[in-house]
Design a protein around this ligand. Sequence first.
Ligand code: NAI
Length: 702
Amino acid sequence: MALNLDAIGEKIGPIEKEYSWRDVVLYALGVGAGFDELEYVYEKDLKVIPTFSIATIIDFLFELGAKANVNTAGILHGEQEIVFHRPIPTEGKFITTGHIKNYYDLGDKGAIIVGESITKDAKGKKLFTSTITIVGRLDGNFGGEKPPKKTIQFPDTDPDFVVEDCPSPDQPLIYRLSGDLFALHVDPKFARQVGFKEPIMHGLCTLGFACRALIKTLVPGRPDKVRRISCRFSKPLYPGTPIKTLIWKVSDDKALYRVVNAKTGDVILDMGEFEFGELVRERIDFTGKVAVVTGAGGGLGRAYAIELAKRGAKVIVNDLGGSRDGTGASKTPAQKVVDEIKAIGGEAYANYDNVATKEGGENIIKTAIERFGRIDILINNAGILRDKSFTKMDPDMWHGVMDVHLHGAYYVTRPAFLKMKEQGYGRIIFTTSAAGLYGNFGQANYSAAKLALVGFMNTLKEEGEKYNIKVNTVAPLAVSRLTQDIFPEDMLDKAKPEYVVPLVLYLVSDKCDISGRIYNAGVGSYNRVVIGTGPGIMLSEKGEVPSPEKIKENLDYICSLKDFKVYKNLTEQLTDLLSSLNKKPDQDAKGESTIFNSPNEVFAAMPKAFKKDASKGVDVSFLFKISGKSGGEWVVKISNGNLDITEGVIDNPTTTLEMEDKDFLDMMNGKLPAMQAYTSGKLKISGDIMKSQLIEKLFKLN
Ligand code: NAI
């Protein structure tokens, strides 16, 4: 058997590996995480220890060995480097391709095989690059070159941090479930055959311990900040041996480390390098793109135009140059911004048209096409204010504001959309406002126009979908001439338009595949706004028209936003509505829409909701003491799969549950989670508290 020297450069993979949060947690347990690092082992707000990546694609190491034709009896993992391009998601798919990069000859000590691989996610985004070194202890003396000398200068001082830990004696048995099933780490006979007294720790498992220690020390709580980790596996470690990770921080973003056997001082992992900080992300660039920004002579529009130009876009800077209420006109504001852009080496052209006319809108887009040949980005930003309380708001104020914000957006977007459709690419922004989303005294005209833009977007995103035209809406918050009088002095700098720019730039970039969403942006904070629809209630199961009284009685359910939905479009909402119509009434008897109006109804429904299968071997009696007008006492007995419900009390029930009728009904109608009822004191449980948990298992009421 000899190494296959011709295999250098031959492709390995793609090796595909799908994983879920369970794999992430299993790995974390395998490398020693526990209750004190719950973020790695609890699916709620789960974080991924980045070395999970390499453990999960361990098949690459085996394929590398197979391609190189290494003698498996002598195989050891020599060195490992992982460079992260993106944080590792908590679930998804790894698609890995790679090749053998090199062979080196260690003579009697064996051979070194270096493999390189790139792992991407299912969307083709690069996640990490791995360089793996295998030592083939039985494959040396093949006449190859010696490996290049690698040295890492460790500081001549004590380490800055020492993290102590102790892998359990069974550690490899858990770790191997993450993928590396090699017999050396589990089979005592095999381990002895290849020269060890018992199975040894996986080198990558010890690396996982080191990675946890490094994160805890250098980027606490931020495993996504690991940029690179590497090490040499220098000595075997037997499970159950205490270890120390010695860490020297050599700069703001780099540390060197070693893992030593705490008993003998032997270095187990050597030449460890750890780089950290925000991952270098792909730059958002607009080279070759043409953007139109309306109302870009000042405020937010100016900030968008400048940053777009800085990042390579050719920009049409539109501005009518009127006053705050829209009267007057001037070429100066637009021209000044164009001059600014040119002064920093960007490309821009001024346009002074009024967005509020059909001709104006058409001419703005015509200017972009004539000057720069296309239109990729349109930011509808021009705006004015004519504020007055509603009773004083005359038609001029109403129409003036509608004309600029709503009709202006229509006049400019239509010719732009036509061209984008032809191109098969476009990014459009509408500018809404918190006044429209939430309401603001004295701005009925402005609020109406601004929220109308959301409706406009909702439909345009549907019509643009198949042409790769993405349409989004942003509600900015920034100091400008429109808002300068409402901001206190100390907010002027904190609310610069520049804080809104990053979100808008992302949304108009080719990296954005989101469409039809609304965002707030300002002072460095960004969030999404949705139009949510509550579950509601079907009050017309048999086709009857419900009375207004029935509406009043059911207002709580009608208004509930519990588990609200955000529909993609009208069709989705309608389908949902129709499917609730088609549900058979008896399906609902136990389903979501069963509403209990009294405790009596609950106990009457219990026999139907009883899950006989789940009651095998259960022998309990629950005493319910329900206070309030519709209250009473009930005993629910379950024995040998039989259910018996009676009104009244018994001596020595297994568990007693006490509640007010109102709270009891809320709980049974799914409005009050049992745990919350208990922790808030609304539900009092005495006797065998644990047995109360059986209720949820034995009955499917709601
Ligand atoms: P701004 O007054 O500095 O900018 C608006 C620009 O639009 C001005 O340069 C103006 O000359 C131009 N403009 C007005 N009417 C025009 C027309 N008919 N044709 C062409 N250009 C016209 O104000 P700011 O704050 O930068 O506003 C930008 C957008 O953001 C507006 O749509 C505004 O309603 C919206 N907005 C701003 C908020 C803020 O906190 N600054 C809050 C919510 C929304």
